[in-house]
Design a protein around this ligand. Structure first.
Ligand code: EPZ
Length: 417
């Protein structure tokens, strides 16, 4: 297993290019199961989760070439089974369920199981698909779904589930009749999926708002589609500029999708400027102040930025309260930050962070994707050496992060453990 070795204390300066969005690319790639024609995707990030998705799609009958951030997909004869060996490594594999039922009328998808950040059930996916006529059984850890032909339905989500909205959106595109998805997720990645499906001939309206309308069509063609930039990678590099007291310019930064984050970071003392090269991010006048954060569905503060901003709060003056209201166990980074001298107290779904003058480098353990990012950020600011172990978590969602960080001055290198 690899680790990252970081000598902290260097203010990062320069330009960073933001890659394609993992959380847009994953559902869009799974949507290719719906298509009857070849399709090309550009700006696809070279990530572990993308490779896992392409491996799974190849098993399902959608083989693809992946070169230089371009995926060329050729749909073949579909197979209904998504094997446990792959699904257990990536929860988003459940996104093949809706498309398989829509195309084949059957699906055998291993239950995703929990992950480091919680049980993360898929009940809302299943109940929505049942309303469209699917029937499910659970057999030896596999979700077995069957339907004659999915029918359009009016689905009201208990919670604006991102994956649930994406699964149902894809299923509804080929269902018989019209569907309404109410209390749908509004995340930009859901909108990117809808835009891709529309490019392929789907009839969707209202995406990006709470009520989405879909009129089923008999088939979907192919197209060439660019994946949107990754707002969470962008947010992570913005925090990197703040935590090291440097100045970064982010090219391809989707600033308009980061309002809740930028408002909060401005309140903490960061400065932002739109330049012709991209979004400039730095501290306003040297010091940072604590702030309170509650994670919420989009357009609220993104849960995927909670761990990274907590690292910044560790070095801000005063206290911050972080309430994680979306994901049940997303404070795995707290104990590791404490090993570096952070002062954080957990109380239920909240963490109280008291700013300290300095963090001290230490060996720390990555546990999930965004917790790993938080530890890298803390290491960039800490005095001395930080070793972040098990960085395969990080490779799931960040394309060449150490190369990008080193290019703007970080003393960081990957080592075999
Ligand atoms: C997506 O996960 C993202 N993953 C996650 O990003 C992100 O944290 C999450 O949305 C919230 O924004 C991808 O897009 C691949 P949800 P997803 O369905 O689809 C409950 C990252 O770091 N829930 O909105 O799983 C459950 O507690 C990853 O890039 C149910 O109870 O998110 C879950 O934790 C991590 N039943 C919470 O809602 C359901 O059927 C949010 O789930 C579905 C969800």
């Amino acid at each position: 297993m690899d680790k990252l070795v970081i000598e902290g204390g260097v203010p990062l300066t320069g330009q960073v290019t933001i890659s394609g969005s993992k959380n847009a690319a994953l559902p869009i790639l799974f949507a290719s199961i719906l298509l009857s024609e070849p399709t090309t995707f550009t700006n696809v990030p070279m990530l572990r989760d993308i490779h896992t998705t392409l491996k799974l799609l190849s098993i399902l009958g959608c083989p693809a070439d992946f070169d230089n951030n371009v995926v060329s997909m050729t749909p073949c004869t579909l197979s209904p089974e998504a094997p446990y060996e792959l699904v257990k490594t990536m929860r988003a594999s459940v996104l093949c369920l809706g498309p398989l039922l829509a195309r084949l009328g059957e699906a055998r998808v291993a239950m995703p199981g929990g992950c480091a950040i919680g049980a993360r059930p898929v009940n809302l996916h299943l109940s929505g698909l049942e309303k469209m006529g699917a029937r499910f059984e659970l057999e030896e850890g596999y979700i077995i779904g069957r339907c004659r032909k999915l029918k359009g339905a009016h689905i009201i989500f208990d919670f604006p589930t991102v994956g649930g909205t994406e699964n149902l959106l894809m299923a509804a595109c080929l269902a018989e009749g019209d569907s309404i998805l109410e209390n749908a997720a509004k995340e930009p990645e859901v909108v990117d999926l809808a835009n891709f499906l529309i490019h392929c001939g789907a009839k969707i309206s209202g995406h990006g708002a709470s009520i989405v309308h879909v009129s089923g069509v008999s088939s979907l063609g192919g197209c060439s589609y660019p994946i949107m930039p990754d707002r969470i990678e962008a947010g992570t590099f913005i925090v990197a500029a703040g935590i090291t007291d440097g100045e970064l310019v982010l090219q391809n930064c989707p600033s308009e999708e980061l309002d809740a984050l930028l408002v909060k970071l401005s309140a903490m003392g960061m400065h932002f400027e739109n330049t012709k090269e991209g979004l400039l991010a730095r501290r306003r006048n040297g010091s940072l102040r604590g702030a309170d954060v509650r994670t919420q569905p989009y357009p609220g503060f993104p849960t995927d930025m909670q761990a990274q901003v907590m690292a910044l709060m560790c070095l801000a003056e005063g206290s911050s309260v972080v309430e994680e209201s979306i994901v049940e166990n997303r404070f795995m980074h707290v104990q590791e930050l404490a090993r570096m001298g952070a002062d954080i107290r957990l109380s239920g779904h909240s963490a109280i962070v008291r700013g300290v003058g300095q963090l001290i480098g230490a060996p720390v353990m990555a546990s999930d994707l965004r917790a790993s990012a938080s530890l890298v950020l803390a290491g960039l600011a800490a005095k001395g050496t930080t070793q972040v172990q098990r960085i395969y978590h990080l490779d799931r969602g960040y394309e060449r992060i150490e190369t990008k960080l080193a290019a703007v001055g970080a003393r960081i290198r990957r080592k075999k453990e």
